[in-house]
Design a protein around this ligand. Sequence first.
Ligand SMILES: Cc1ncc(COP(=O)(O)O)c(C=O)c1O
Length: 384
Amino acid sequence: VTRARIYLDHNASAPLRAEALDAMLRVLRDVPGNPSSVHAEGERAREALAQARERVAALLGAQPDEIVFTSGATEANNAVFASLASGSAPAAIATSAVEHPSVEQPLGRLEKRGWRVARHPVTCEGELDAREFLASLCADVQLVSLIAANNETGVLFPIAAIADGLRERGIALHLVATQWIGKLPLDARKLSVDSLACSAHKLGGPKGVGCLFVRRGVAFEPALLGGSQERRRRAGTENLAGIAGFGAACEAAQQSLAAESQRVAALRDRLWRGLRERVPGVLRNGGAQNVLPNTLNAAFPAARGELLLQALDLDGVAVSAGAACASGSLAPSPVLLAMGLGAERAAESLRFSLGPATTADEIERVLALVPPIVARVRASGATR
Ligand SMILES: Cc1ncc(COP(=O)(O)O)c(C=O)c1O
């Protein structure tokens, strides 16, 4: 009998929610028009777009007109830095040492163009101290960009305290909330962030769609020029089916948010307790307190993460060693290195990320599989 696979890589991409699939199929089948067209077909497409925008805005604590649909969080992040650079002479940007490549790479380009980028260090638990961070900001900082919840460790940054401090000083704040949205509540207006990036496929929507929240009144220079879609903030005919799926996924996530985050946190904690009992020497990467409910990053000393990942994959369990976008490369995770954990420990680490479909039975099966795999990889001596 072949057993169903166990998918513990939701931070790379979450399975499509049934509600999202239904909404997408409905649009693909029944909505032929362009949302910019005047006729009845156009009107129906416009309605689908508006409904999705309301659903996404509701989950983010935003007004619908503050949502700009994009191809994902990568595009949303790039758009923010492009907008900043087009409206200002080179100045300074402050960020952390554990950002996603879709922030790190555009910042690298700005540095080549004369901008200064201050990358604030994190503790060995991956945390950022809000007071220290605020105190470190130079007078010419125009924008602070921070990853709200880390994709690799799940560690949460103190975004409310930082937002408060920045508001007092009139410095703009961009949040990368890709991993946060759909897993924990967030209210973009209450936080008074200026912009925020988010992605549909991390919360059970389709891949290739996401959004940029831009608070009302915040200056924004579009990266894509052309038609007047998205209130002239992102030209091009909308990915309507994807957007409808995104909206449906947001609504579904919002309805179950509180109960689901508790349920998943209990499963994640069970996984960690079980690993600690059964795998000698296992270490948790990142603190246990300020962390996403679904994420566990752990190091298995003297066992290479890639070998563990491959063995688990053969046994039907999908996990990750480092972030998905970095897979295929043998380089140790820059996030774990920035936490000061060292290249060896970084190469011996796995990320388990749970989701709505994860069951207690799956966690028990993983707990039965991991210890003998670790023992086997350790015995093979292939640590490098
Ligand atoms: C923190 C973070 N930011 C950005 C992205 C990129 O999002 P997207 O795949 O929508 O471009 C991801 C995941 O891939 C992520 O985890």
